[in-house]
Ligand binder design. Structure first.
Ligand SMILES: *Cc1c(COP(=O)(O)O)cnc(C)c1O
Length: 366
């Protein structure tokens, strides 16, 4: 048995998402790029590559990882490129998307042999969190002024518009896309491609995939553009668990199970967005599941079990792929979860693909 803590990627579950992506591509004509900022566990890329067109990135390192480990189309985006990065960036990318007109002015000449795009901010979004809302006041994420967009025109062949956030509501997507068509349609018609970014939760239970495909196809035909999608969370949702073990149980008015992991170190988004982990909820024995760091609020959440917990019992925390492995850190020096994959080979073989040691911890600082 693999020692905890470890992230366990279920390849069969991952493939369910991949098959939905492949179907959407086929029905809509849109291309799908994995957003590496959400999920960059390259040990799982072999299962994903056949079903997606490539990757998109938010930095030079993500861009390079996409080129080297995933292949296919490689889009390069960064909120701001530095002089020291740009030559290397364009050596990996087949499209580079600048965030601002000033970055475009600065670097477009260097990138003139590949396709160039600009980020368009439609100034609305579906994000409920100010922290993650690209349309927040004074947002630095993209251009919206038509005169500035037009000024980019001779140099760009497309735009990237990322404005959805775990949007499960097709009707809302449809309405907002109509708004983009009416506000920016005349401009978009002059381009070859439009990326609609990520954040559409089309691999979720019950999402009307066919309607989405038809809507994307209509958008593409109306404007004469190749559509791209950049699914991050939708690519890997529900595919991965964080496997932990109970180290101690304390009872100070409430039973608290302390496990060999930490939300701050291993599931940071729970802390940032004040969410609780997806834990077992069946049975008569309630516990609070908490991490082992000295942060008082290092709490996964409330859970219920069929029997009283014992030291050594294992617990699976659901949905631990997106924005999770990419954010793990060495807070408190807690050992990083290993990474394992349950292969979709019929036998359910679990393969340990990466372990972390004291040397990794020490070498992350000096
Ligand atoms: C974050 C991001 C994505 C992926 O978003 P998900 O919500 O994980 O699908 C795609 N494109 C851009 C530009 C992003 O910033």
């Amino acid at each position: 048995m693999i020692p905890t803590p470890y992230y366990l990627i279920d390849e069969a579950r991952l493939l369910e998402n991949m098959h939905k992506i492949a179907r959407l591509r086929e029905l809509s004509g849109a291309k799908a790029l994995l957003a590496l900022k959400c999920f960059a566990t390259w040990g799982a890329f072999d299962a994903m590559k056949p079903h997606m067109d490539g990757t998109t990135s938010s930095s030079l390192f993500e861009l390079r990882l996409g080129r080297e480990k995933f292949g296919g189309e490689t889009h390069a985006y960064s909120v701001a490129w530095s002089d020291g990065e740009i030559d290397e960036a364009i050596s990996y990318a087949d499209k580079i998307i600048f965030n601002s007109l000033s970055q475009l002015d600065r670097f477009a000449d260097k990138a003139s042999h590949i396709e160039i795009g600009l980020r368009l901010n439609p100034r609305f979004s579906t994000s409920g969190f100010d922290l993650a809302d690209p349309a927040r006041p004074f947002s630095r994420l993209g251009e919206w002024d038509i005169a500035r967009l037009e000024a980019a025109l001779p140099r760009i062949s497309g735009v990237m518009i990322h404005y959805n956030c775990e949007n499960r509501d097709f009707d809302l997507f449809d309405q907002q896309l109509t708004r983009i068509e009416s506000e920016f349609g005349d401009f978009l018609r002059k381009l070859k491609w439009v990326s609609l970014g990520g954040g559409i939760h089309f691999t979720g239970e019950g999402y009307p995939l066919e309607k989405l495909a038809a809507r994307l196809r209509a958008f593409s035909e109306r404007l004469g553009v190749q559509v791209y999608l950049e699914p991050g969370e939708a690519s890997i949702t529900q595919s991965t668990t964080l496997e932990v073990s109970v180290l101690d149980i304390v009872d100070n008015g409430k039973k608290v199970a302390i496990v060999d992991s930490s939300i701050e170190a291993h599931m940071l988004d729970l802390l940032i967005y004040r969410e609780t982990a997806k834990l077992p909820q069946e049975g008569d024995y309630p516990y609070q599941v908490a991490g082992k760091t000295c942060l008082a609020g290092d709490i996964f959440g409330e859970a219920r079990f069929a029997a009283p917990l014992q030291v050594g019992d294992r617990i699976s925390v659901q949905d631990a792929a997106g924005y999770t492995m990419v954010k793990k850190n060495w807070f408190n020096g807690v050992n990083m979860p290993a990474i394992a994959i349950r292969r979709a080979d019929g036998n359910g073989t679990v393969e340990l693909i990466r372990e972390f040691t004291y040397e990794d911890y020490a070498s992350s600082l000096s």
